[in-house]
Ligand binder design. Structure first.
Ligand code: SOE
Length: 378
């Protein structure tokens, strides 16, 4: 395959993660588009990228661009991804794919009709030991599943002086913590366990009622004049799910848990064994066994499942982490553009599945009732 040309749309923290992954996967970053032409010019110069596009339309008109990475605030995803597909570009769109189920459905349909590659970075699927857990469950090593539990905790919004576009429902969508990080956990656990959630009972709380009045940049600083604004999006959430085969799952999500920077953790308990994964200790998979036995599977290129070995890029003891997951995801997206079919590549259909779960979680939290998850298109 000849070298792919890509445009990065959105230049905050995650745009930079996409840029690095694109370069490592062998693409050429042709240009960037940002919240303003000036910001695009500044970032293009900082990133040493040839073009600063005035807006996404200019990026889509660039014949050198085959892939568009959409890394903007959530409310822009629908229009931008739709325009990119209509322009014949492959798309990587940040999660949540869209802020409503309807918009996510429209994007998944547009992607399917286009024949283009359209993916969503549910990147935690790319931890090698996560692949190991999935392989062991698929081989029946755990036996019938009995219980799924876990959490995804962060603390970057602990301080009321911190604020971000995600906090504002007009920019981030009707759910914050659940759509932003609960979505990762649900995607990961459904994929690893090979189970689908069919029912949910959820609750949301906004525990910091007022935050510093700032908007704009990805990780904004407090307003200089100390002004505060009311918050309506949730800081914490709890959800119980039932899977199609009747397994109970519970999830706790927070962006205000001191000391937890990005701790996605899950445990899946079966009749014969359990597995547990911690994103902040991601070189190891805990395997719980009966009779007071346990094992630790250590990531490495020479042991375990084929996918675990494929994604283990470094020898044992040379830690891999979040960045490597992102790089492997982008590389697999580009492989799919080259007509390969890498295992576990999260597509717009997975983005739609996630939007459905988020939609039903919101509905359950509002009605305080167990809610059927159903299907995205009935
Ligand atoms: C912020 O909460 C964020 O960047 C999420 O949006 C990502 O999905 C997560 O991977 C890291 O934290």
């Amino acid at each position: 395959m000849s070298q792919l040309g890509v445009a990065i749309v959105g230049t905050g923290m995650i745009g930079n993660v996409h840029r690095r992954a694109a370069i490592l996967a062998g693409a050429r970053v042709c240009g960037v588009s940002a919240s303003s032409p000036q910001r695009a010019a500044d970032v293009a110069s900082a990133w040493n990228v040839a073009r600063a596009y005035r807006d996404i339309e200019e990026a889509l008109a660039d014949p050198q661009v085959q892939v568009v990475h959409i890394c903007t605030p959530n409310h822009l995803h629908r229009a931008m991804a739709q325009a990119a597909l209509a322009a014949g570009k492959h798309v990587i769109c940040e999660k949540p794919l869209a802020t409503t189920l309807e918009d996510a459905g429209a994007l998944a349909a547009a992607a399917a009709a286009s024949g283009l590659v359209a993916t969503v970075p549910f990147v935690y699927r790319y931890h090698p030991v996560v692949r190991e857990a999935r392989a062991r469950i698929a081989q029946g090593e755990l036996g019938p599943l009995r219980l799924i539990h876990g959490s995804y905790l962060q603390d970057w919004l602990l301080d009321p002086a911190s604020n971000n576009w995600r906090v504002d429902p007009a920019l981030g969508g009707p759910s914050r913590v659940f759509a932003d990080i609960g979505s990762h956990w649900c995607d990961l656990v459904e994929w690893v366990a090979g189970e689908r959630f069919v029912e949910v009972s959820a609750a949301f709380e906004t525990v910091i009622a007022q935050r510093s009045a700032v908007t704009g940049e990805s990780y904004a600083r407090p307003a200089a004049d100390g002004a505060m604004q009311a918050v309506s999006s949730e800081d914490v959430a709890a959800a119980m799910f039932k899977t199609g085969s009747g397994v109970l799952a519970s999830l706790t999500v927070s962006q205000v848990s001191a000391g937890r920077r990005n701790r996605l953790w899950f445990e899946i308990d079966g009749a014969r064994a359990s597995v547990a994964f911690d994103q902040e200790d991601s070189e190891r998979l805990w395997i719980g066994l009966p009779d007071q036995r346990e094992e630790i599977f250590v990531r490495g290129p020479a042991a375990g499942s084929a996918e675990q070995c494929r994604l283990s890029l470094l020898p044992v003891g040379h830690a891999q982490g979040y960045g490597h997951c992102f790089e492997a995801f982008v590389a697999d997206t580009y492989r799919a553009i080259g007509a390969e079919a890498p295992e576990g590549l999260p597509s717009f259909d997975d983005g739609l599945r996630s939007a459905l779960i988020v939609d039903r979680v919101i509905a359950s939290a509002r009605t305080r009732a167990w809610t059927s998850i159903g299907r995205a298109v009935d």
